[in-house]
Design a protein around this ligand. Structure first.
Ligand code: NI
Length: 490
């Protein structure tokens, strides 16, 4: 997928991030005049039964930062299989690329996704892969299509009838790129599966062909994509392609489903321990925290927590929250605290200020709309903090929360080992890091609760650890047993 070296890619990053936010933003009923190569994505919250899978590395001591997420659709096992296989392949490629003593300091791989189409006729999944090697960040895109009629997952070229149509499309794309200047390497536009690997339709039914950063010329060219007008594209389409186009047109014509946003309010009883009758200065308290979700096992975890009458703090990704608002509402209704873990799990200590602010603002907005609560906390992805991030968090009224007990549950493992690690390290004021996107993590929770309770611990949310002193915006909290803000920046 990643076809060339990367230098800047900032222009594409900004455009793509806006596109992503538009699809799932609480402001999604606002129709923005579209640039023809922009794709309107399906709101994933409208796709019944959708959940999110992920492959991750980096919260435990590791030189690598990896977060690959992909949608899980209940009626498309072949799609899930293809996306999982692709995620594992991307991880392997990344590990190979970054291996060796001369490699880059803490390289990062981040894959997020959107749905260009989702109906009973066809589902499209656009994967956006961001990679940081050294100081450069670059994006590449790939769009896969699932055909429920045949139960198969295919690449973007399957939207076309065959080789002659692919060749005709290639020359149309070349024509479309001509006015972008002489720096474009026309020869790089070939009728290959690997070159034309990200195609979808805009809301007018035009076929949008997009390229990776730096694929067709200098990275300074920014995003390169061509919209082939509907009238010219339609005769080239396969049956699958026509269904995909029709599905997009139907979605574009349908009224948007955005109800009035809930009025944000401060959580009434979660700010200090006193409100719940728990004083963590006198009681042995610990805070269970779950990152990266909600995921496919979060519902089961909520069942466990309810059964054990235990409250937790969930640091959710904005993208996942937008896709699964129901489960966030359940978290709030059952007394858990739902807070931010950024939009898509990029290392915020390495991003420009506008990207950081956008990621935090969009996540707070979706949490506010879904839960009716104002965000107070952010857990920075990978626990990575910078002075810039702290000052942005300060301006946005957010406290930064890391952890002092790491379940180290992101690489598989036996639930008994995970529970053992947590119970051994637990101490009064502990902030315990876990991930509700893994089966083995959720399986470890009943044991953790039983054993810590037997040792006299009370489970509280993170702000309750700090009691009446509360938590201040822009400060870093890594443990309920130390003074805030004293930890060195990571
Ligand atoms: Ni995380």
């Amino acid at each position: 997928m990643l076809k060339a070296r990367f230098a800047t890619g900032i222009a594409l990053l900004a455009i793509s991030a806006t596109g992503c936010a538009l699809a799932a933003s609480p402001r999604r009923n606002v129709v923005v005049p579209a640039e023809p190569t922009m794709i309107d994505y399906v709101d994933p919250a409208t796709v019944a039964g959708l959940s999110v899978g992920a492959v991750t590395m980096g919260d435990s001591p590791s030189d690598l930062k990896v977060h690959i997420s992909y949608p899980l659709l209940p009626d498309a096992p072949a799609l899930t299989h293809a996306l999982r296989r692709q995620a594992q392949q991307q991880l392997r490629d990344f590990l190979r690329r970054t291996k060796g003593p001369a490699s880059y300091p803490r390289p990062e791989l981040n894959v997020d996704w959107q749905l260009p189409a989702a109906s009973s006729d066809v589902t499209g999944v656009r994967l956006r892969t961001g990679q940081r090697l050294g100081t450069s960040w670059g994006n590449s895109m790939r769009t896969l299509w699932f055909d429920p009629h045949t139960g198969t997952t295919v690449g973007s070229t399957a939207l076309l009838k065959g080789k002659p149509e692919l060749e005709r499309l290639t020359s149309m794309v070349k024509d479309g790129l001509r006015d972008r200047g002489s720096q474009i390497k026309q020869d790089s536009v070939r009728p290959d599966d690997d070159v034309l690997d990200s195609m979808a339709f805009n809301r007018s039914g035009d076929l949008v062909v997009e390229f990776d950063d730096c694929q067709l010329g200098p990275c300074s060219l920014g995003r390169l994509a061509v919209a082939v007008p509907r009238a010219q594209a339609t005769p080239l389409l396969s049956d699958l392609g026509r269904r995909a186009q029709a599905s997009v047109l139907r979605t574009a014509a349908a009224p948007t489903l955005s109800g009035p946003p809930a009025t944000p309010r401060r959580p009434p009883d979660l700010v200090t321990g006193r409100d719940r009758g728990v004083d963590c200065a006198k009681t042995k308290c610990v805070a269970l925290t779950f990152d990266d979700g909600p995921g496919p096992y979060t519902g089961e975890l909520l069942d466990v927590l309810r059964k054990q009458d235990t409250r937790a703090t969930f640091f959710v990704l904005g993208a996942n929250a937008a896709a699964q608002p129901q489960i966030l509402r359940r978290m709030g209704a059952e007394g858990h605290l739902v807070e931010s873990h950024s939009w898509s799990h990029r290392d915020l200590s390495m991003q420009g200020s506008s990207m950081v602010a956008g990621s935090l603002r969009d996540t707070s907005a979706i949490l506010s709309v879904v839960t009716g609560q104002t965000s107070q906390l952010v857990r920075p992805p990978y626990g990575a903090v910078s002075k810039q991030l702290m000052s942005i968090a300060y301006r946005m009224g957010l406290s930064l929360v890391t952890w002092d007990v790491n379940a180290r549950d992101d690489n598989g493992g036996d639930p008994r080992d995970i529970a053992g690690r947590v119970v051994r390290q637990a101490h009064p004021g502990a902030i315990i890091l876990m991930h509700d996107i893994h089966r083995h993590s959720v399986d470890a929770v009943p044991d953790i609760i039983t054993r810590l309770r037997a040792k006299g611990y009370t489970f509280v949310t993170v702000p309750e650890l700090y009691g009446a002193a509360g938590m201040q915006a822009g400060r870093l909290y890594g443990s309920g047993s130390e003074l805030p803000g004293k930890r060195p920046l990571t």
